[in-house]
Every structure is written in structure tokens, then in C-alpha cells.
Design a binder for this molecule. Sequence first.
Ligand SMILES: Nc1nc2c(c(=O)[nH]1)N[C@H]1C(S)=C(S)[C@@H](COP(=O)(O)O)O[C@H]1N2
Ligand SMILES: [Mo]
Length: 519
Amino acid sequence: MRERLWAAILGITAAAAVLATAELIAIFVGPQSSPLFAMGSLAIDLAPLWLKEAMIALFNTGDKVALFVMLGIALLVVAAVAGILEMKRRYAGVLVLVVVTALSIIAVTTRAEASAVWALPTLLGMGAGILVMLRGRRLLAAWIEAAGSRTEVPAASNSTTAESLSRRSFVTFAALTSAAAVVVGVGARLMNASSAAVTAARSAIRLPKPAVPAPPVPAGAELDVQGITPLITPNDEFYRIDVALQVPRIESADWELKITGLVDHPFSITYDELLALPLEEHVTTIACVSNEVGGNLIGNATWLGYPIRDLLAKAGPAADADMVLSSGPDGFTAGTPIETLTDPKRAAILAVGMNGEPMPPEHGFPARMIVPGLFGYVSATKWITTIEVTRFADAEGYWTPRGWSALGPVKTASRIDTPRASQRVGAGTVPIAGVAWAQHTGIKRVEVQIDDGEWQEATLATPISDDTWVQWSLPWTAEPGSHTARVRATDKSGKTQTKTEAPPAPDGATGWHTVSFTV
Ligand SMILES: Nc1nc2c(c(=O)[nH]1)N[C@H]1C(S)=C(S)[C@@H](COP(=O)(O)O)O[C@H]1N2
Ligand SMILES: [Mo]
């Protein structure tokens, strides 16, 4: 047998396990956390200018491919050496593997915008590589031993059997591991590469200035209370609800929205055409129907987009149409009353911007719907590709046959942000504070009850508009001991939140948010 060759194959198998695992985990952590991607980028950064120019001259636009081919060859050599070393001396190859992966962790985590979790794919890859190296080493050593004892006792036929058995064990292990690594690794790499392309394309987009900017946030809209939810939710803290495991990655250049169905003039619109329209900015709070009382599946952002009623007007909906079925590439659909979308007083928009950025991929890049006053599941279609004008009698949204109501107006609600449940607070004046919402109706009053006391009216901040949540607070002098606070809001239609507790399904939770804490 050729010990060296098999040892080299062992090393390469272990390296394949490292890369495949890392690529797989990078799907979840983010395409830039892939060690291959990071090492490639690092090589580009470190290479002297003359080398870069030579590469471009030699390979033209294939320079990136050439770079990855060279990187691949280098890795192959190092991996083979690691395998040979491991068979010479136990853990020598493991050491090489650890050193190389540690270097790539440095490469990954020192990228601009990198975060510590970006180390995870390579770290788990390292773990997988070590396992493969150790197990393979044991199998290969057994084979080498069996082969060795045969040369010593050529006549013993059972040692020949021992050799072929141990050979089969090692070869099967190496073949299966590498095959799995190639399938998983290549698949994951393709996914990561395409999402990296979308990330790059998205960061190159410059959104136009809004033709109708959002009015400035009124003074006094944000209360100075520690622990209260920020008035505008930062994009990376905004809740997310997706039916798909994978965030769909769509390039804006490939994107097109079709407006079809019961219309006189069906048409399509591209991303560039959409950006060229006079866009409007609206601050709107959106919420999920699955939000529990006191839950955080709600957020408030400044959205930039184009009124859906204007798109519909251009298509000319039929008089008997009463629903718009919007769909995304993940199989999600939302059924929205056409009346809500065409209401000139309601800012239902096809949004391309979120808090001054192009729509983040997680929140629907290139474009999504935002409709004030309706739960997300019946209105907020992300990665939207089709708007079909239809009728409630003929179509239904994704969640309707799954136990959720066909119509999903938001329910008036309120939440205590501070004190938090089971928090211990110091004696003295303690603010009880939080947010309340009744999108498109507006909040009239928020009341707080402490223990079994009277309901006390909280101070409302100046709301941005009736389409956004509003902060509230009640100063309270805390007596030592255990306390319970509950909150209820009344909206501008005069309706007060019901005490009756209901679960989220089928059309939204009800009940008063109640928090117990200790002073
Ligand atoms: N394509 C698509 N759009 C979707 C969803 C989805 O799963 N797929 N979820 C909806 C639900 S249930 C809600 S509450 C909102 C959430 O939007 P967000 O993830 O940006 O907060 O998006 C809606 N739009
Ligand atoms: Mo939702």
C-alpha cells in the first residue's frame, strides 16, 4: 500500500470536512463569515498592487476565480501535508489543522463589519476536521498495521482478511466523508455566493430622496425613561417572521413586480422603475398577529415607498374585486382588502427603504408591502413578486387555511416595558412605562393599575401619528415589597382593551399586560 498517498488523502478529507461544515454554518451566520470568502478577501487586501494588476492582466475578469483556484491548490497541499504529518506523529496533523483554521478565524473576524459570531463557522469546521482526522488516523493506522503483519507472516490468510477489512473501513470512511463534504460544501458555497452577490448589490444602491418626506419626529415623542422601547426600532433589532427557513436572496436587477388579476391593464414594474417614481416616507408600526400580550413581535420604522393605490389605479381593478393577493418567492401570500389599499387616507406602500437603508434582505429586499392598521400576515408581504387583484370568495392568504382569520386588523394594545417581570427596583420614584398602539386609529388614553389600586392615567408622549405606537409613562413612588402593575389602553374610537384573555389565534391576543416585580 502507499501509506503516504493514503495519509495525504486523510488530510484532504479532514480539510474538506472543515470547509463543508464552515460553509454550511455560514448560511445561517452570514455569507461573509465563510472562511473561504474571508481568506480570499484577505489575500486581495494583502496582495501588492503589482500582483493584483498582473492577475487582472493574466486572467481578466476571471481574476477572482483564479484567486480561488490558487487558494484551493494551496489548501490542498497544506491538507495533504497535515495528513502525512498526522500519520508520522499523532496530533501533528491536528496541530497543522488547528493553526490554519485559527489563522482563518483571524481573517474572518478582522474583516470590516465583522462580528464575533463570524468565528463560529470556522470554529465548528475546525471541530469537524479534528474528528475526521482522529477517526481516519485510527482506521488508517489499523490498516497499516494489518498490512505490516501480513508482510511478516505471508502465509497467514486470516491476516490478509484483516488487511482487506481494515482497508475497506478506511477507504469507505474517507470516500463517504469526502463525498458528503463535497455535496454539502458545494451546495452551501453556491448559496453563500449568491447571497454575497445580493449583499454587494444592495450596498451599492443609493435610494432617491423622498418626494414626500416623513414629517420630523415631534418634540416630546420620545420619553426619557430608562428601559422604555426606542421610538424607532433599529433595523437589526426589528422582529422577523418568515415562513421560509432561508431568507430569499433576490437581486434588485432581477426583480420585477407583476400586477395582475381582475384588472384592465396588467403590468410589471422593475426596481429601477420603482425608484424613479415619486416616493413617500411614512413612519408606521407593524405588528405580528402571533404577538402575545406583552410580546415583542412589533416594531416601528420609517419606510420609503410608493403608494399601492397608485399602482392599482394604473392597473384599473374590476368593480367586483375586493381583495389583493400579494405573494413572495417563499410561497407566502397575504390577502388584503382592496378597500384598505386604495384608501387615500391610509399610507399603504410598496416599500423599498427601511430607516434610511435599502430594505434589509431579512425584511424583504428588494421590496415589500407596509399597510398601517393590519397585521403583517394579511398585508406585509416581503420579497413581493406578484400583486393579484381578486376576491375573498375566490382566494385566500397563506395563513387562512392554517387557522388564522382572513381579515387581520390590528387590535388596540399596550405593553409595560419597565419595570420588567421579576425585576428588583430600588425604592423611591419609579416610572412605570411602555408603549401602546392602535395603528390607524390612534391611542387616546393609557391607564395603569398598581396592585389593587385605582386605575391611574399615564402621561402619553406626543405620537408621531396615529399609525405609530406611542410611549407612555406613570411616575410612581415605590413602597418596598412585591407589586403588580397592569396596563390598558383606550383608542380614539373609544374602545378600551378587554380584560378577557385570548390566545393569538385566530385574529390576535387580548388581555391586559401584567408585570410583577419587587421593590
Ligand atoms: N414573503 C413573506 N412575507 C411575509 C412573511 C413571510 O413569511 N414571507 N411573514 C409575514 C408576517 S406574519 C409578518 S408579521 C411580517 C413580519 O415582517 P418583518 O419580518 O419584516 O418584521 O411579514 C409578513 N410578510
Ligand atoms: Mo405575523
